[in-house]
Design a protein around this ligand. Structure first.
Ligand code: ADP
Ligand code: MG
Length: 612
């Protein structure tokens, strides 16, 4: 029988390799940014269109390439970064496989323009599906510019697997931030569909963090520094009071490379020990420098996981360093805290005229009137106790069908019968621990959780607004400008329609800012930035952990963020209103997640406790 093994043609081999290296536009972005850094650039710009599906362009002012190198750079295993096997154990560059450009060129239309310092002219190359289509001399600035068009044009399966533009943009922003964070000595900018997303000037690590995540980070960070023979650690962790409900900004960099490590993450979490509860996560930005011979970055094709020779020692050193920094900070916050005020973060785009915020005033607005806007669901009567009774009769069946086993008991207790003839007996409401509202019933008493009650009320209100497609907005007398992280701003763009339906009226300003002109009526006296951040935080958490539908998630998140909190003192009038509105709800007894909003105890139980 004839031999059947053949060598694959290069184009096919490259396409197969591309499957491993380039999973989505963000992977191509990462490779191109890293090449620019390896080329010694100190100014790098990224331009994307349609989430990188139509165009990814990276321009740098680095070393540039000769004509021959330009042509060779697209070959597989073509690299200038290692020569011998031994070099693999002493890497100082991001790239070393010589695979990225070959892979990208196999599945896209690529254009390269490059010029070396000292050369008058540069080289322009067009490569499509691994084939060089054009090569010519051209005039171009010193450095390199790669344009990648029509990514996956010849791999439809992969193209069809891409997520929506906002999701792919988020992946790109994530990669961009990882690279930009650890290279604070390089100017970076990013544009998406012609809009500037980020513009970061050279500076310190702290300035870079603040440049990306916002000014508020400046006071959140505790510096961390530790030097041992094995590893040098430098960076920041967030103060415990700024911990998040989602794993937000958690970054490890080893020798200037972003890595993921559950094990080392545990070391940081552990250092916070008693300072955080189980569902709180610190933010951190930690740079580790280690002798390259003591790590192996080779175990993963996209290189976000690495192997350490001495992982346990590194764990212990990180844990101690973070613990010490937190301790120091607790004892002497002012001494420990060097603040850098000269932030070089441009607040607006160059050449952009300064736009005065538009002020919309509602002439009917009376700041002394609490109910300026009618709530869509008015309590049916002022006497909630009779509501409670009739509600209990109407909906007993529904309640019992709620398959929330652990709460069944409470619901049955609530559903005990009582006599509602004595309506004249108006019950005073009593607030306990600024958290619960207590009231007497004929058969016992009722305890309402103020925060959960308000969450239920708002949830039903928001769900109905979203279903009807229109909510109630209260114009602000003084519109507020709120800045978000790029990822949150992107999420807001994605949710723009729904957010408006909830009652927000906002205009985009600058890169990641919004002018808030109007808010849902119940929010007028709240800290809007905090509510919106809480909303997005909750939304992200629900999205990743509960996989809720968009409307439900938004209504839950918004209700959670906007609700009256435990710890707030309420007036008698406020308590009455809250309980009234709760009993006007379709399902007053529980939160959407099944947790109870009300607990009732009857006199018989009490008598038993007292041994009557
Ligand atoms: P690797 O980065 O692993 O070496 P790549 O396929 O990413 O492989 O790049 C191949 C080679 O092309 C690099 O080794 C480098 O010599 C050259 N190169 C790529 N991008 C640039 C750039 N932006 N500036 C200068 N040279 C570059
Ligand atoms: Mg590379």
């Amino acid at each position: 029988m004839a031999d059947i093994i053949q060598l694959l043609p290069d184009a096919v081999a490259n396409q197969i390799a591309a499957g491993e290296v380039i999973q989505r536009p963000a992977s191509a972005v990462k490779e191109l940014l890293e090449n620019a850094i390896d080329a010694g650039a100190d100014t790098i710009s990224l331009v994307i269109k349609d989430a990188g599906k139509t165009l990814i362009q990276v321009n740098d002012n680095g070393s540039g390439m000769s004509e021959t190198d330009a042509r060779l750079s697209f070959e597989r295993h073509a690299t200038s970064k290692i020569k011998h096997a031994a070099d693999l154990f002493n890497l100082n560059t991001k790239g070393f496989r010589g695979e990225a450009l070959a892979s990208i060129a196999a599945i896209a239309h690529a254009e390269l323009k490059t010029r070396k310092e000292g050369n008058e002219l540069g080289t322009r190359l067009i490569v499509e599906g691994s084939e060089v289509k054009e090569q010519e001399v051209c005039s171009t600035s010193i450095g390199t510019s790669f344009s990648i068009k029509n990514l996956f044009y010849n791999v439809p399966a992969r193209r069809n697997f891409l997520k929506s533009n906002p999701v792919e943009v988020k992946h790109i922003i994530d990669e961009f931030q990882r690279v930009a964070l650890v290279h604070a000595d390089i100017n970076f900018s990013m544009h998406n569909n012609g809009n500037e997303v980020l513009n970061l000037k050279k500076g310190s690590f702290r300035q870079r963090i603040v440049g990306i995540f916002g000014d508020k980070y400046n006071q959140k960070l505790v510096p961390i520094a530790e030097e041992t023979d094995l590893v040098v650690i430098e960076g920041f962790a967030s103060k415990p009071e700024f911990a998040k409900k989602t794993r937000g900004e958690q970054y490890f960099f080893v020798n200037d490379r972003f890595i993921k490590s559950n094990y080392l993450n545990h070391a940081v979490q552990n250092a916070f020990d008693q300072l955080l509860s189980k569902d709180q996560f610190p933010s951190y930005f930690l740079k580790l420098s280690i002798d390259p011979t003591k790590i192996d970055i080779n175990i993963h094709p996209t290189k976000t996981e690495i192997k350490f020779e001495d992982e346990r020692a590194i764990y212990a050193i990180i844990r101690t360093a973070v613990k010490q920094a937190l301790g120091k900070f607790n004892i002497a916050p002012t001494l420990d805290f060097e603040q850098e005020n000269s932030f070089n973060v441009p607040l607006k785009r160059e050449n952009e005229p300064v736009k005065a915020p538009t002020i919309k005033v509602n002439p009917n607005y009376n700041p002394f009137e609490t109910k300026t806007v009618a709530s869509p669901k008015k309590p049916r009567t002022e006497n909630w106790e009779s509501l409670y009774n009739s509600f209990e009769k109407d909906t007993k069946d529904i309640v019992e069908h709620l398959e929330v086993e652990e709460h069944k008991e409470e619901q049955q207790v609530i559903a005990t019968n009582w006599d509602d003839t004595e309506e004249e007996e108006q019950k005073a409401l009593l607030q306990l621990h600024n958290k619960y509202i207590l009231t007497q019933l004929k058969s016992g008493f009722l305890i309402v959780d103020q925060q959960r009650a308000h969450e239920r009320i708002l949830f039903e209100q928001y769900i109905s607004h979203l279903a009807l497609g229109k909510g109630v907005s209260q114009q602000l007398l003084f519109p507020e400008t709120v800045d978000f992280t790029p990822a949150d701003a992107e999420l807001l763009n994605e949710l723009a329609k729904e957010i408006e339906t909830l009652g927000f009226n906002m205009d985009k300003v600058g890169r990641n800012g919004f002018i808030v002109n109007g808010v849902p009526a119940e929010l007028t006296d709240q800290n809007i930035k905090k509510v919106m951040e809480g909303l997005l935080e909750q939304f992200k958490m629900n999205e990743s952990e509960l996989k809720l539908k968009k409307h439900e998630n938004l209504a839950i998140s918004m209700a959670r963020s906007a609700a009256i909190k435990s710890g707030k003192k309420l007036s008698a009038e406020e308590m009455n209103k809250l309980v009234d509105e709760l009993f006007a709800c379709e399902m007053p007894y529980t939160l959407p997640n099944g947790k109870p909003t009300i607990v009732s105890l009857n006199v018989d139980d009490l008598n038993q406790q007292f041994d009557y």
